[in-house]
Design a protein around this ligand. Structure first.
Ligand code: DC
Length: 226
């Protein structure tokens, strides 16, 4: 398989992006980059410093924080200015506010710049998010758009929450997911959207192993045709 390959995986929350993207990266021995973790990190810092509604301060955080991601043993470890915030970025508060922070154009510009650096310096990368195939790497070698029905997505998020000891009613989770879908897909800057040349994979009824196989088959086919 050729070097410098970029695989873009986009889709809404709970569509299975993280789970399958990291396994695909491991199978190919590629770098895995979870761009959602970067928007979450900025949201967490905005909450922590009490400036969630101060647009200029949030932009300053995005532009001046030393944000690093380290993928180890199946986990994306997130550090800001040397402090590990891996667990903090998965809180209910971050989930509730991350879509609003992601709407800020300057925040996106700053994070996309980092994503370009990370993507270009590795020999092969699987990058997942909302705008990877459309904006971050519009020339990505392979573009996948994952979808799943809302009930399935809510079940997956409930399981993630319960793993960190948070027990949130399923209806509340659904409401949050639908609200995030709405904000993410309708925002003016880089909305969540399928790239015209992305392959759609519906993960509602397929196991994780099957999802990974489907994606690897798409990658193989794509590379054979190039
Ligand atoms: O993938 P996730 O659920 O961890 O993403 C959290 C939020 O970050 C998501 O609601 C929208 C935002 N996001 C984005 O706007 N662009 C990306 N490339 C990745 C995530």
């Amino acid at each position: 398989m050729s070097k410098n390959l970029i695989i873009a995986i986009d889709g809404p929350a709970g569509s299975g992006k993280s789970t399958s993207a990291k396994l695909v990266a491991q199978k190919l021995n590629f770098l895995y980059i979870d761009t959602g973790a970067m928007y979450r990190a900025i949201t967490y810092l905005a909450l922590k410093t009490g400036c969630l509604y101060d647009r200029n301060k949030v932009i300053e955080i995005a532009e001046h924080s030393d944000l690093t991601l380290k993928f180890e043993n199946g986990i994306t470890h997130v550090f800001v200015n040397g402090e590990e915030i891996t667990e903090n970025i998965r809180s209910v508060e971050v989930n509730q506010n991350v879509s609003d922070i992601s709407k800020i154009e300057e925040v996106r510009t700053s994070l996309v710049k980092k994503q370009h650096q990370m993507g270009r310096t590795s020999s092969g990368v699987v990058m997942e998010g909302r705008d990877i195939g459309t904006v971050v790497f519009p020339n990505a070698d392979v573009k996948i758009f994952l979808t799943a029905c809302i009930d399935e997505r809510a079940e997956r998020r409930a399981k993630e929450y319960s793993e960190i000891g948070a027990h949130i009613p399923i209806e509340e989770i659904k409401k949050n997911l639908l609200s995030r879908d709405k904000i993410d897909s309708s925002r003016q800057v880089s909305p969540l959207k399928k790239a015209a040349d992305a392959v759609v994979v519906d993960t509602s009824k397929v196991s994780i192993d099957e999802q990974v196989k489907l994606i690897l088959d798409i990658v193989k086919t794509k590379m054979q045709n190039n």
